[in-house]
Design a protein. Structure first.
Lengths: 299, 379
């Protein structure tokens, strides 16, 4: 029983990070109807910013951790907006496929730039323990403070995001654009501002995800975003792409399934395969994902 | 009307020709030796050390006048520790640079990429530190100067039994030939010696989350955990094990010996054990001379096993070249195969019928944030 609870905690903390990244995919898809494959690199850059700043701050303080987290979120938001402004905006209105391929190009570009020895290099580096480190034990069940930080921060950010989308003017505008961009413009919504805002919000979440991921798995390198990015994309599709609660749910399910499978000796080799098999199964039964609305559109 | 541009054009031509003319005049046909190493990327620490060792050997050989009246030229290609890159690099070295022999790689998976290319081209390849048996099984042109996985797995199983660990769980990487090999031979010897393996967990290269596997291992109450992997994963695994309240010792093979193990692992790697090829604390004159020369050449850095093996790989090759009296691939191969009791830095090296080296293993631990020699185990 303790083992199962322990695996559940492990799975939830991993799933919370997937959820944060998945939200970025889903929001951009909701507004622009395309998959931003450079998102996993925004996640990586978030961790890099955290690393750069974390080295100059005292380790193990709550304020230091929050400063690192905020800075990484701000930096990632800036990067996301810049990518959209420089690369995706000129291509807006062309075929979705063009933007999709370009997004993959941006992703590879960022990976390669960071692999250059003058920028970061390919060698993994240690991420400093910016938050206080403590072990909390309930009998045999051990929860590390990092896992708690991950789950708490992720839950808070998701609540904040929900409030922004449903309780603010900008959120209303976002939903309007998601529903029908032309009609939204006709009633006076500034399309460019909404799209920039969406990218900023999604990228900030990815940046937070990057720092939290690096906190739990403290080795940072330029390709660190690839696998979590892919998993988060799966999580977004699993939950129903375009749906915010769906992305959160998808992330949690994927993280938990992966961990539970990884913990059984017979199946641990097939950890990733089974996570993706779950996706196929759910999509076979519900093509739009768990919480997705059915549309006639295809990606 | 193009006249004003002519000087520019001429200087460009001159620039293009100059380096070629320069090398031709100075080097008079050096013996080209290719090296494929992971100078950047995940296993960059291995690559860097083995490259520095190899380069030092080449410099020593050249300072002593080279071999067959010619100097050596080492052409190094970086594979960024990535799958697929080694084959490309080896192909370039063989077909474009026309090297007479290949040195490398440290990781078995990447040596397995290079080996078929060397075999097809009938060019001898000497791997400094790939311990998976399959590497030399590729063909009769493939050699190594280190011991192999069966030996290393066996040594660690003996070590575990000696320490009185009755239940040892294993955590192996399914995507690395090295890890799978070590795990297999550990299991055989350990079970034969009366040990019990309560859990056999798996992970994949570049995984970062091991909480799931470690939680399952914790539930079995194992006395120790055998993790035959590379230092990046080993450090993360140690860290996460301690986070989950697992206090039992972790131990592995020579893949653990890298500075990042200490940097990333921190206090979590205190008290771990791993086997490796040599100890810089060995008092043998060959070792001490090498350590001194290496420190002088590379800014005071203490050479690890990878550096020593890199050095030996080039030296064994040069020794064979001397005996063969030629750089012809087939004759060089025969001379390499006949290597007997060559006294290198990592001990007496003899090449057996399977083109592997037989030598002793050293066990290391981590004490106060530093690698420390524990004992030596003979074959």
């Amino acid at each position: 029983m303790t083992e199962f609870l322990q695996q559940l905690v492990n799975g939830l903390s991993l799933g919370a990070i997937y959820a944060l990244i998945a939200l970025g995919y889903t929001m951009v898809y909701g507004v622009l109807r395309f998959i931003n494959f450079a998102h996993s690199e925004v996640f990586m850059v978030g961790a890099m910013i955290g690393l750069g700043l974390g080295r100059h701050l005292p380790e193990g303080t709550l304020w230091g951790g929050l400063v690192v987290l905020t800075a990484a979120m701000a930096g990632s938001a800036l990067l996301g907006v810049t990518i959209e402004r420089l690369v995706y905006r000129p291509l807006r209105g062309t075929a979705t496929l063009n933007v999709l391929i370009t997004a993959i190009g941006v992703s590879l570009l960022l990976q390669s730039v960071f692999q250059h020895p003058q920028v970061f290099g390919a060698t993994p580096q240690l991420f400093p323990a910016v938050f206080p480190v403590k072990k909390i034990g309930f009998g045999d069940l051990v929860i590390s403070s990092n896992q708690l930080v991950v789950i708490t921060v992720a839950a808070l950010l998701i609540v904040v995001l929900q409030l922004v989308v449903f309780r603010t003017r900008m959120g209303t505008a976002m939903r309007a654009v998601a529903l029908n961009p032309q009609a939204a413009q006709l009633v006076g919504v500034n399309l460019n501002a909404v799209i920039s805002f969406t990218f900023a919000l999604g990228s900030a979440l990815a940046g937070a995800g990057g720092v939290l991921y690096a906190l739990n798995y403290p080795s940072v390198e330029p390709l660190m975003g690839v696998m979590p990015g892919l998993k988060a994309f799966v999580a977004a599709v699993l939950g129903g792409i375009g749906s915010i609660p769906g992305a959160a749910l998808g992330g949690l399910i994927l993280g938990t399934v992966e961990t539970l499978v990884g913990g059984s000796a017979a199946l641990s080799t097939y950890k990733d395969a089974i996570a993706f098999a779950v996706l196929i199964l759910i999509l076979l039964c519900r093509p739009t994902g768990l919480l997705g609305r059915s549309t006639a559109e295809k990606v | 009307m193009n006249l004003p541009r002519l000087p520019v054009l001429l200087s460009v031509v001159a620039l293009l020709l100059a380096p070629g003319a320069f090398t031709a005049a100075c080097a008079q046909d050096p013996i080209k030796v290719g090296e494929v190493a992971s100078l950047t990327g995940k296993e960059a620490d291995f690559g860097r050390f083995s490259h520095r060792g190899t380069l030092l050997a080449i410099e020593h050989l050249n300072a002593a006048g080279g071999v067959l009246g010619k100097k050596f030229e080492l052409l190094t290609e970086d594979n960024q520790s990535k799958a697929g890159e080694s084959a490309t690099a080896a192909r370039k070295l063989v077909s474009r640079d026309k090297v007479v022999a290949l040195l490398g790689e440290v990781a078995s998976s990447r040596s397995l990429e290079i080996a078929p290319i060397a075999q097809t081209a009938k060019i001898p390849m000497v791997s400094p530190a790939s311990t998976n048996p399959k590497v030399t099984e590729t063909g009769n042109y493939i050699f190594r100067v280190c011991f192999i996985d069966p030996f290393q797995g066996t040594v660690m199983a003996k070590f575990a039994l000696q320490r009185g660990w009755k239940k040892v769980a294993t955590l192996t990487s399914v995507s690395s030939a090295y890890s799978v090999g070590l795990g297999k031979f550990f299991k055989e010897t350990y079970l034969a010696g009366g040990g019990v393996i309560p859990a056999e967990q798996k992970y994949a290269e570049s995984d970062k989350d091991f909480h799931a596997q470690l939680t399952a291992i914790k539930a079995t109450g194992a006395d120790a955990i055998f993790v035959p992997g590379y230092y990046t994963e080993a450090a993360l695994i140690s860290k996460q094990a301690r986070e989950l309240g697992l206090t039992v010792p972790l131990f592995g093979g020579d893949g653990w010996e890298g500075e990042p193990l200490l940097e990333i692992g921190g206090t979590a790697v205190e008290g771990i054990f791993f086997s490796t090829h040599y100890s810089s604390e060995d008092t043998a004159p060959a070792v001490q001379n090498f350590v001194k020369a290496y420190k002088a050449r590379w800014g005071g850095e203490t050479p690890n096993a990878m550096a020593a093996l890199g050095y030996d790989s080039a030296m064994v090759l040069a020794d064979a070249m001397k005996r063969a009296g030629t750089t012809d691939g087939t004759k060089l191969r025969d001379a390499l195969a006949a290597t007997k009791d060559y006294l290198g830095v990592t001990g007496k090296t003899s090449i057996d019928a399977q083109r592997n080296a037989t030598k002793a293993a050293a066990i290391f631990t981590v004490k106060n944030g530093k690698f420390a020699f524990v004992e030596s185990i003979a074959p």
